[in-house]
Every structure is written in structure tokens, then in C-alpha cells.
Design a protein around this ligand. Structure first.
Ligand SMILES: CSC[C@H]1O[C@H](OP(=O)(O)O)[C@H](O)[C@@H]1O
Ligand SMILES: Nc1ncnc2[nH]cnc12
Length: 295
């Protein structure tokens, strides 16, 4: 018997990146503290409703931008969203451009990732309960299409598709690295979308990113190398566009739907490897938070 679920009423999660530390327009607003088996999320989560759709907002770096990309507790963030019933996550991220045509101010609905991080805990699973989910398509194309369509309707400069190179940071890239990533065909560069996208997949939450280009990193001969000052300047100029897009897509995403056509919400269907009698009971207990459906 299939144990697929349907999401009678989606709950929309928004993970706000640099420059997006809250969202407006929510009714019944409440910041709530959520505990998870993996520790504390970046901040309290803002719960509320927009046009009747339940939403949950979390500032990735905490209000006031206190947590560095390496130290964000990605597992706790995703687990907290799952605990609050989130079915679909839209991640908003500031990125540098690795392509001439992706000028600052462009929104890119990315569809691939190259993960160059090396200091992060990448999976909820491990010894005692091993699982392997597919990351062939790390972003949910169903949400990606909705993001793209809504951004177009708002008249934003938006591109569908692109590879997000995730670097460890916190320092920006060297010129040699930037040119290397360009030679690999990467479109944009940032520090946060992995392991966030991978963990959302393990938690069977649909996840898509809209990346807001803030700079040309350091490869472009006609532009200064990226600095926080330049990033903030572009972020400030584009913040209202990002907010409008987030507010516009929530009602579209909140419509009732069957299982995700991209398959993200049943990613664990055939992923578990460890024999039931060999599983670590403590780990299994913790995993119930994100994988209760299959455990
Ligand atoms: C302030 S520039 C560097 C910072 O901005 C991006 O964060 P986020 O993806 O949360 O918007 C980038 O990944 C770095 O963490
Ligand atoms: N050039 C860049 N490199 C890494 N992360 C960024 N976030 C915004 N711009 C960036």
C-alpha cells in the first residue's frame, strides 16, 4: 500500500536571506520559539496568514543578521519548519553574478547547485539510520515555475534556470575561484543554499530559491570586486521587489494540490537503507520529526 500523502492545505515557509528579516501583510502574526532534536533554529519563526493561507517565516541569519553562513543551524531550521507543518519553502537569497547577462537587480529562479561547502552537517540521517534521497533536481520545479510566473507578472527582471554555486565563506571568493566557477558554467554564487535544499528534500518539503543578484562577484573587469557595502546597496534597492514577490506567491502556493508533481514530497519513499531491526532507536526517535511518514 502506498503511504503517499496529499496536502489538503499547504503551509508555506519563507526563509529570508540577507536583507529580508521579516515579511509584511500577515494577519494573526506571532513569533514562536520552536525546539528541535537538532537544537535551536536561527530565530523564532513568524507564523501568520496571508489571504487565508498559513505561512511561516524564518530569517536565515536571525533578526539583525547574527549567524554566519557556516554556523546557520540548517537542520534545526528545516526541522522547525516541518514541525510547524510547512509543506513548501521559498528561499530568498542574495547572490553574486557569474554571468555578464545576470546584472545586479536580476532575480534568478535557480534549478541546479554545485556544493563547495565543507564544514557543514549535510544530512539528518547517518549511522544507525542511513538514507539516500535523490538530489538530481535539488529545487522544486513546481514552485520554481510559480515564482517565475509571478515575478514576470510583477514586471521584475527574472530568469528561469541557473546553477547556484555554494561556497563556504564567510570571505568572498578569490578572482581565481570566481573564474573557475565561471568556467564550470555556474550562474550565481552564494553561501547558504546547501545543505538547506538537501535537508528540505530529506524532510520531504518542496523547496525553491529565488536568488537576487546583488553584484558581479570579483571576476568582472568593469566592476569593483564585491563588498558588503555594494551588496547592501543593491539589496536595499530591490528589497521591495523581493517582498512583493513573496507576498504575491503565497496565495498561489496555498491552493490545495495533490502530491507535488516534481516528487519532492515523497522523496523518502525508497530512500531508507538500514534494516528496521538494526536502526538506532534514539536516532529514529529524533528522525520522526522530519521523516515520521516513513518510519
Ligand atoms: C551579505 S552578502 C553574503 C551573504 O548573503 C547571502 O546570504 P543569503 O543567501 O542568506 O541571502 C550569502 O549567501 C552570504 O551568506
Ligand atoms: N559575490 C558573492 N559571493 C558570495 N555570496 C554572495 N552574496 C551576495 N553576493 C555574493
Amino acid at each position: 500500500m502506498s503511504n503517499k500523502q496529499t496536502h489538503a492545505q499547504p503551509v508555506i515557509g519563507i526563509i529570508g536571506g540577507s536583507g529580508l528579516y521579516d515579511i509584511s501583510g500577515l494577519t494573526d502574526q506571532q513569533w514562536v520559539k520552536v525546539e528541535t532534536p537538532w537544537g535551536d533554529p536561527s530565530d523564532e519563526l513568524l507564523m501568520g496568514k496571508l489571504e487565508g493561507v498559513s505561512c511561516v517565516f524564518l530569517p536565515r541569519h536571525g533578526r539583525g543578521h547574527v549567524i554566519s553562513p557556516t554556523e546557520v543551524n540548517y537542520k534545526a531550521n528545516i526541522a522547525a519548519m516541518k514541525k510547524l507543518g510547512v509543506t513548501d519553502i521559498v528561499s530568498v537569497s542574495a547572490v553574486g553574478s557569474l554571468k555578464e547577462k545576470l546584472a545586479p537587480g536580476t532575480f534568478v529562479v535557480v534549478d541546479q547547485v554545485i556544493d563547495r561547502t565543507r564544514l557543514r552537517d549535510k544530512s539528518f540521517f547517518g549511522t544507525g539510520c542511513v538514507a539516500h534521497v535523490s538530489l538530481a533536481d535539488p529545487f522544486c520545479d513546481r514552485i520554481g515555475q510559480i515564482l517565475f510566473d509571478n515575478a514576470k507578472e510583477l514586471g521584475l527582471s527574472v530568469v528561469k534556470g541557473g546553477t547556484y554555486l555554494v561556497m563556504e565563506g564567510p570571505q568572498f571568493s578569490t578572482r581565481a575561484e570566481s573564474n573557475l566557477y565561471r568556467s564550470w558554467g555556474a550562474s550565481v554564487i552564494g553561501m547558504t543554499n546547501m545543505p538547506e535544499a538537501a535537508l528540505a528534500r530529506e524532510a520531504e518539503i518542496c523547496y525553491a530559491t529565488v536568488a537576487m543578484v546583488t553584484d558581479y562577484d570579483c571576476w568582472h573587469e568593469d566592476h569593483d570586486a564585491v563588498s558588503v557595502e555594494a551588496v547592501i546597496k543593491t539589496l536595499t534597492a530591490n528589497a521591495s521587489n523581493a517582498r512583493s514577490l513573496v507576498e504575491k506567491i503565497i496565495p498561489s502556493l496555498g491552493k490545495q494540490r495533490p502530491d507535488c508533481s516534481a516528487g519532492c514530497d515523497h522523496a523518502l519513499e525508497y530512500a531508507l537503507m538500514t534494516a528496521p531491526q538494526k536502526r538506532d532507536p534514539k536516532l529514529v526517535e529524533d528522525l520522526k520529526t522530519i521523516a515520521g511518514r516513513v518510519l
